[in-house]
Structures are given as C-alpha cells and as structure tokens.
Design a protein around this ligand. Structure first.
Ligand SMILES: CC(=O)N[C@H]1[C@@H](OP(=O)(O)OP(=O)(O)OC[C@H]2O[C@@H](n3ccc(=O)[nH]c3=O)[C@H](O)[C@@H]2O)O[C@H](CO)[C@@H](O)[C@@H]1O[C@H](C)C(=O)N[C@@H](C)C(=O)N[C@H](CCC(=O)O)C(=O)O
Ligand SMILES: Nc1ncnc2c1ncn2[C@@H]1O[C@H](COP(=O)(O)OP(=O)(O)OP(=O)(O)O)[C@@H](O)[C@H]1O
Ligand SMILES: N[C@H](CCC[C@H](N)C(=O)O)C(=O)O
Ligand SMILES: [Mg+2]
Length: 489
C-alpha cells in the first residue's frame, strides 16, 4: 500500500523527505520484528523509547519511520504529535477498517469483564454465530485460542486480529477494554457497536492518579461509541444502573443507553433472585419480554454479569429464548469461583478476586452459604496499586475465620514488604503470614474440616507465580488438588 494512502487517515503530519513513491507492506512497533518494506512506528514506552531503535528498524528493512521527534535516519520520517494515537488509526486503515464490518462489543469496568465476555460468547454461539474473543485469559477465534500478554492488546495487534477475524467470517467480536488501554489509546481505531459497563471500584491507582482519572478513562469507551467512523449504525451503551457511576457514563455517550440492574429501575432487570450454593435463579424482565433464568453461576455479582451480557445480547437482537438457554448451559469461567474437587468433605474455591470489591463480593457470597469455618488465602500483586493492600487484608479478616496472607506475583517487589503493607495497622489476630503460596495452600488444606470452605483468591486462571521478572509454573487449582490428595491419604 502507498504510504501516502496509509497516512490519509491522519489529520495532520509533517515529513522530512518526499514519500510520494514509498510503498509499505507491513507496520511494526517493535524494531526486532521489522521486515523489509515496513513502516516502523516509534512509541515512547514506559520502559524504553522506541525512537532509540530506529537504526535497528532501518537495518531490518524499514522504508519509513513514524516518530514524535526529529530523528537522524536515512529513510523518510513522518512526524506526528502522538504516535500511540496515530498508530491506532493507521493500523485500522492498513488492515482496511476491520471493525467497520465486524460487529464489535467492548466490555469495561473494574470487575466482571472476562466473565461478561465469556457469557456473551456463549450467547452468540447459542445463536449460531461465530465469535472472536479478546481478553485476560486468551484470544479466541471460533474454537481456536491463542495466548495474549495484555487484557487489551496494543492497537496494531488489535487491528491485525480483527482483520483475521473478519477474513474468517466471525459474526461478533467481543473484547475486554481495560482502563489502561483506553488511556493509552489502544482501542482508538476500533468501531464499537455495543459498549458495556460492569462496575467501578478501586483498582489501578498505581497507574491512574485518582478515582476520577480512573473513571474518566472508563468513560472514554462510551465517548468513543459511534464517533470513530460515523457510519450511521445504531450503537448501544449498556450500563449498570445500580452502580453510582452510571450517570457519568451515560453523559459520556450520544448513543442509545440500555440500563440493567437489580435495585434501581432499569430496562433489563432481575427480580425474585434466588441465590443457592450450587445455582442461581431469577426472573429477567426486559423491553422485549420476560424469561426465567436458571444458572449454574454462583453469587449476586454473577447476576449482574448475566444481566450485562443479556442486555448487550438483546441490543444485538438475540432472541430471549436463546439467551435463556445459553445462560442455563454455562458451567463457569476458568478460575472464576472455580471449585477444586478432590472428593474432599470441605470446599476449596479458586477465584480471581484481586481487588477489594471483588474480594468482598466473593466473600459475601461464601459467607451466605458457609456452614462452618471460612479460610482465605490471599495476597496482593507487586508493582501494582499499593493502596489496595490494607483494604484487601481488612476485607479478608472481616469475613474469614482465619486468613493466610501470602504472595501473589510479587514481581520486582520484595514479597515481605508487600505482606507488610497488607497487615500494617491491623488489630485482629486471626491471620498468619506464609510467604510461600504453596505452603499457605497446603497449610489451609491441612486445617480444613467437614463443611469448611477455603477461598484461594487472586490468581484464578493464572498458571504462574511471577517473582522478579521470571514466571514460575504455579496453578492454584493444581496445588490445591495436590494438597487435598495428600490430606486424603
Ligand atoms: C504500562 C503498560 O501498559 N505497558 C505496556 C507497554 O509497555 P512499555 O510501555 O513498557 O513498552 P516498552 O518496552 O517501553 O517499549 C516501547 C516501544 O519500544 C519498542 N521496542 C522495544 C524494544 C526494542 O528492542 N525495540 C523496540 O522497538 C516496543 O515494541 C514498544 O513499541 O506496551 C506493551 C506492548 O503493548 C504492553 O505489553 C505493556 O503492558 C505491560 C506488560 C503491562 O503490564 N500492562 C498493564 C499495566 C496493563 O496494561 N494492564 C491492563 C489490564 C488491567 C486490568 O484491568 O486488569 C491490560 O490491558 O493488560
Ligand atoms: N460483576 C462483578 N462485580 C464484582 N465482582 C465481580 C464481578 N464479576 C466478577 N467479580 C469478581 O472479580 C473477579 C474477576 O472477574 P473477571 O475476571 O470477570 O473480571 P475482570 O474485570 O475481567 O478482571 P481483570 O481486570 O483482572 O481482567 C472474579 O473472580 C470475582 O471474584
Ligand atoms: N490484570 C491485573 C491482574 C492482577 C492479578 C493478580 N494476580 C496480580 O498479579 O496482581 C493486573 O495485572 O493488575
Ligand atoms: Mg479480565
């Protein structure tokens, strides 16, 4: 493709040499992956500056450089104010605007994104639609899955992936949209048809300055809705009416708002909610009729997730009966309230709760059913929001009979200092600090008696423990199974 044509989507840029005859066959943000004929886009990252790798990019065959500052190089340079924003639209153009054709649902919020995307995948599949899913656990095209390193990957990866999805006739793409991605412009070139808001509570205050900034980042998804290409298609903002932030998000969009909830009056509403240990049921009233939902998902927070997915599916014209059938079939999402079954007489549940709000939700659910003691194993991630550490510790202590504070991906921080942050100022004494997570799980399992419940929180589907910059194999579910096996002997 002619470079001039690719750049036609940018409102303003300068060039250092004529680019009239430059042809580009690839776009790259990583100098190591540049191939002959590429346009290399320099991103000034959090760790290194892409501008420092221009000579490697040129050596590898870059035919032009897109940069934020003047650089000394033998190939033409295109200067823009913000290359992270530029790449989002350039990549969309290069891959021929895949999301113009491919219906795209974006799900944002502090908790529940992964769950809602998987619920939507099941609902769309039940409606005989081929789906593509991008999120925390993996990327999927139809039944095939691929690893991802971010919940919401960078703009180039996204546009390339959406092109792949469009080429194999995916009917609906569903993605998690993190606040980091919104802030960094990773989804700036995506044309969403439906944007879903789950909820907002404290997280990521290492990245966002305060809760207002965090909320603002989330609102960008709704502000962007329908503005990307102005193609006249009907767009929907699906919003949790029971979340105190609903007003801000509604005011962020000029599109149709669909509300859901259980308390405040909403268009898609759950009533007669019955929460049990092994199942959940409720009546769902919607503008297009009413259905009885009988689900194997546990907990009030999952009622909200089911409402969010249903409201989005209704906006996409999926019949209510299909939604009912899909919600009835879903067994659960990997690492989310996942029971570990080793034929033991107590329960062990692995859950991805790694924020104060999700931990509280999941513990409220467990306390609602607990007949005997509740044990909690929990830690907090290193190089992440430090202010959530004491909050998560207090919540665990409030609901549990005994808490084991342990490591959860200490990354480059000293595991002991993370644990110190968690227990600082705590007056209760019903806890132990066991830095080694495996030891903590084995210890809790060794104490558990009939009908007790152990919650192993924070890592869910993760199959590693990140210490320093190394990811060691570690899966809470496997370790718990081992511990149970040894105890049962
Ligand atoms: C803080 C942050 O978001 N960082 C993201 C960012 O990395 P970075 O800024 O450090 O990149 P960098 O290493 O400095 O590189 C800058 C540029 O130089 C280029 N480069 C680098 C080296 C080289 O030899 N040649 C070269 O060209 C790189 O390709 C890049 O274009 O860009 C990378 C590529 O897109 C991301 O993978 C990375 O996410 C890191 C791993 C991360 O942990 N991000 C978290 C905070 C995050 O985004 N989380 C949210 C989910 C949150 C949630 O809701 O739970 C997510 O969406 O994942
Ligand atoms: N709607 C909800 N409200 C509050 N907590 C929830 C909700 N849904 C799930 N949770 C809790 O949050 C945890 C993570 O859920 P999920 O993975 O669906 O969220 P997420 O938003 O994708 O998280 P992440 O930001 O890490 O990708 C679950 O294991 C559960 O404990
Ligand atoms: N997407 C989240 C996941 C946190 C999961 C938890 N296990 C941790 O490592 O803190 C993050 O990267 O902040
Ligand atoms: Mg997720």
């Amino acid at each position: 493709m002619k470079l001039l044509e690719i750049l036609s989507v940018l409102p303003f840029y300068e060039t250092t040499a004529s680019i009239e005859n430059v042809e580009i066959n690839n776009i790259e943000v990583d100098s190591r992956k540049v191939t002959d004929g590429s346009l290399f886009i320099c991103i000034n990252g959090f760790t290194v500056d892409g501008h420092d790798f221009i000579s490697q990019a040129v050596d590898n065959g870059a035919k032009a450089i897109l940069a934020e500052k003047n650089v000394d190089t033998s190939v033409p340079t295109i200067l823009v104010a913000d290359s992270s924003r530029a790449i989002a639209v350039i990549a969309a153009k290069f891959y021929n605007f895949p999301t113009k054709k491919l219906p795209l649902v974006g799900v944002t919020g502090t908790n529940g994104k992964t769950t809602v995307t998987y619920l939507l995948e099941s609902i769309f599949n039940q409606n005989d639609m081929k789906t593509g899913v991008i999120g925390t656990i993996q990327m999927k095209i139809g039944p095939d899955s691929y690893p991802v390193s971010n919940t919401t990957p960078d703009a180039l990866f996204l546009q390339k992936t959406f092109r792949q999805m469009a080429n194999v006739n995916v009917d609906k793409a569903i993605m998690e949209v993190s606040s980091h991605a919104l802030d960094m412009g990773r989804v700036y070139g995506c044309d969403f048809d439906i944007a879903v808001f789950t909820n907002l509570s404290q997280d990521h205050l290492d990245y966002h300055k305060n809760m207002d900034d965090y909320r603002h980042a989330k609102s960008l998804l709704f502000a962007q809705l329908g503005n990307t290409y102005n193609d006249g298609h009907k767009k929907y903002a699906v919003i949790n009416e029971d979340d105190p932030n609903n007003g801000v998000l509604k005011r962020s969009t000029a599109q149709h708002v669909v509300t859901y909830g259980c308390v405040n009056d909403a268009q898609v509403m759950a009533i007669d909610i019955n929460l049990e240990v092994t199942k959940t049921s409720f009546r769902m009233n919607t503008p297009v009729g009413s259905i009885q939902v009988d689900s194997q998902l546990i907990g009030m927070f999952n009622v909200y997730n089911m409402l969010a997915a249903s409201a989005a599916a209704i906006s996409a014209n999926v019949p209510l009966q299909v939604i009912k059938d899909a919600l009835g079939d879903i067994k659960g999402v990997s690492g989310r309230f996942e029971p570990v079954d080793g034929d033991q007489n107590f329960a062990a549940i692995v859950d991805y709760a790694h924020t104060p709000d999700s931990l509280e939700n999941v513990l409220q659910t467990i306390k609602g059913f607990a007949k005997q003691k509740v044990y909690v194993i929990v830690g907090c991630g290193g190089d992440r929001d430090k202010t959530k550490r004491p909050l998560m510790a207090s919540i665990a202590l409030e609901y549990a009979d005994q808490v084991f504070f342990t490591s959860d991906n200490p990354r480059t921080e000293d595991p002991k200092s993370i644990l110190d942050d968690m227990i600082e100022g705590i007056e209760e004494s019903h806890y132990e600090v066991i830095e080694d997570r495996r030891e903590a799980i084995f210890h809790a399992v060794s104490l558990a008696e009939e009908d007790d419940i152990i919650l192993i929180a924070g890592k869910g589907h993760e199959t590693y423990q990140e210490i320093g910059n190394i990811r060691y194999d570690f899966d809470d579910r496997e370790v718990a199974k081992e511990a149970i096996k040894i105890k049962e002997k």
